[in-house]
Write a protein that binds this ligand. Structure first.
Ligand SMILES: [Mg+2]
Length: 394
C-alpha cells in the first residue's frame, strides 16, 4: 500500500509532481494506491488448452484521491497469456507504478500512464488495473461514464458470448441449450485439447443441436499443431464457425500466416497479441482476420482503445474479452469499451457470471442474451469492500 492520506496538511501542501510543479490546487490529487490480490472462486471449473481454472487469481487496484473519491481497477493474472503471476503484479504496482502516481493529478491520466512503460517493461496486467482505476476515478470526479471519457458510446446493447468448456460434448450441448433458452445467442467452443476429428465432430453436433440462428466460434488457446488445425478447420466447415481463435502457439506468426492461406475459417489472434505492434505485424503477414483485445494484454483501457482504432483502420474484426474470470469491475470496463468500439462484429466476452460471487453490489446482468453497460459515473459499478476483504489473499 502506498499512502499519502495520513500526511499533515502542511506536508500535503508541499507535494510536488515529478516535474516540480506544485500540486496544491490539483482537484484530483492521488493520495493512496492499494494493490489488492484476491482469489475468486468459479461456480465450476473451466477447462481449456493448457489451463484448468477453479479460482481466478486477480489483482484489484484501489486509487484514492484527496477529495475522498475512489477508483477501482481489475486484472486477472494470466501465466500462460501475459506471463503475469499475482505476486508479481502486486509488486509491480507497489514498487514501480504507485510511486509514479502519488501526489499527482489524476486528471492528467494520459501523461501518467505514459510513464509506466518507461518505468517497467511488460507487466500489462498490473498496468491495466491501474489504468482502469484511474479512468474510474476521473469519470466519478467528472460525473461521466468511462465510455464518455473515451468519446461516448456508439451502441448501448452488447451481445456477449457464452463460453462452453465442458470435457464432454453432450454436457456442452445441454448447457448451450439451457443458455439458448435464457436468451444467449453466441457461443464459443473451447478446442485444442482433444483429437481434431473429435473436436470437429463436436462442433458439427453443437451446430446441429442449436440450429442455424446461433453464432458459433471456437478458441484453441494455442493448443493445436498446424496439421491438426488444418484438419479441424476442414472437417468443422459445416459448423459455420465465425472464427477460429489462436489455433497455433503464441509466437508462431509464420504458422498462423501459412494456416490462414489454407483455412476456410477466419483466424482470430489472441495469445499472439501482446500489444498494438503484434496486431500490425500479424495483419501485415496475413495471419489474422480479427483480433481478440483484452485490457490485461494491452495494459489498460486507453491502450485497448488504441488497439481498436488500429484494428478498424486495418479492416480487422474486433473481439473484446475479459479473461476467465474477472468480476464486474473488469466486465464494466469491457462493456464501456464495447460501447465505444468502432466495430464489434466478432463480439464480446465477459466472465463475471462464471464467478460464485461478484465483487460488486450491482453486478452486471445479462438479460435475454444482452448486456448493457452500467450507466453511473466512472465504471458505474459499486465495489463491496466487505467482499474484497473476504476474498483478499493474506
Ligand atoms: Mg482466447
Amino acid at each position: 500500500m502506498n499512502d499519502l492520506s495520513k500526511e499533515t496538511p502542511k506536508a500535503v501542501n508541499k507535494a510536488r509532481a515529478a516535474d516540480g510543479r506544485a500540486l496544491e490546487s490539483s482537484p484530483l490529487r492521488i493520495v493512496r494506491v492499494d494493490a489488492i490480490p484476491v482469489a475468486l472462486p468459479l461456480k465450476k471449473a473451466v477447462v481449456m488448452a493448457g489451463e484448468r481454472i477453479e479460482r481466478s487469481m486477480n489483482l484489484l487496484v484501489r486509487v484514492e484521491a484527496g477529495n475522498g473519491l475512489v477508483g477501482w481497477g481489475e486484472a486477472s493474472s494470466a501465466p500462460v497469456m501475459t506471463g503475469d503471476l499475482l505476486p508479481g503484479m502486486v509488486a509491480a504496482v507497489d514498487q514501480r507504478l504507485a510511486p509514479l502516481l502519488l501526489g499527482e493529478d489524476a486528471l492528467r491520466r494520459a501523461a501518467l500512464i505514459r510513464r509506466f512503460d518507461a518505468a517497467l517493461v511488460g507487466n500489462t496486467g498490473a498496468k491495466c488495473a491501474v489504468d482502469m482505476a484511474l479512468a474510474d476515478l476521473v469519470g466519478r470526479h467528472l460525473g461521466v461514464s468511462v465510455a464518455e471519457l473515451f468519446g461516448g458510446p456508439v451502441r448501448e446493447e452488447l451481445v456477449p458470448m457464452y463460453l462452453l468448456g465442458n470435457p464432454k460434448v453432450e454436457d456442452d450441448i445441454a448447457e448451450a441449450e439451457r443458455e439458448l433458452a435464457a436468451g444467449w445467442r453466441v457461443f464459443k467452443l473451447k478446442v485444442g485439447f482433444k483429437a481434431p476429428l473429435e473436436e470437429a465432430a463436436a462442433a458439427l453436433e453443437v451446430r446441429r443441436c442449436l440450429g442455424d440462428d446461433v453464432v458459433l466460434c471456437a478458441d484453441a488457446n494455442a493448443g493445436m499443431t498446424f496439421a491438426n488445425a488444418r484438419l479441424f478447420a476442414e472437417r468443422a466447415l459445416d459448423a459455420r464457425l465465425l472464427f477460429l481463435e489462436q489455433p497455433l502457439g503464441s509466437q508462431d506468426f509464420d504458422g498462423m500466416a501459412a494456416l490462414a492461406k489454407v483455412c476456410a475459417i477466419p483466424l482470430n489472434g489472441d495469445e499472439s497479441i501482446a500489444g498494438v505492434r503484434d496486431i500490425q505485424t500479424l495483419h501485415r503477414m496475413g495471419a489474422i482476420q480479427g483480433a481478440n483485445i483484452k485490457t490485461i494484454k494491452m495494459g489498460g483501457m486507453g491502450p485497448a482503445v488504441d488497439a481498436m482504432t488500429i484494428c478498424s483502420a486495418l479492416g480487422l474484426h474486433i473481439n473484446l474479452a475479459c479473461k476467465v474470470a474477472e468480476s464486474s469491475i473488469a466486465a464494466a470496463a469491457i462493456a464501456h469499451l464495447g460501447s465505444v468500439a468502432p466495430n464489434l462484429d466478432w463480439g464480446l466476452n465477459v466472465t463475471q457470471h462464471y464467478l460464485a460471487e461478484d465483487l460488486c453490489e450491482n453486478a452486471l446482468q445479462i438479460e435475454n442474451g444482452l448486456l448493457g453497460r452500467p450507466l453511473g459515473p466512472g465504471l458505474g459499478v459499486m465495489v463491496s469492500e466487505e467482499r474484497v476483504a473476504r476474498f483478499r489473499i493474506p
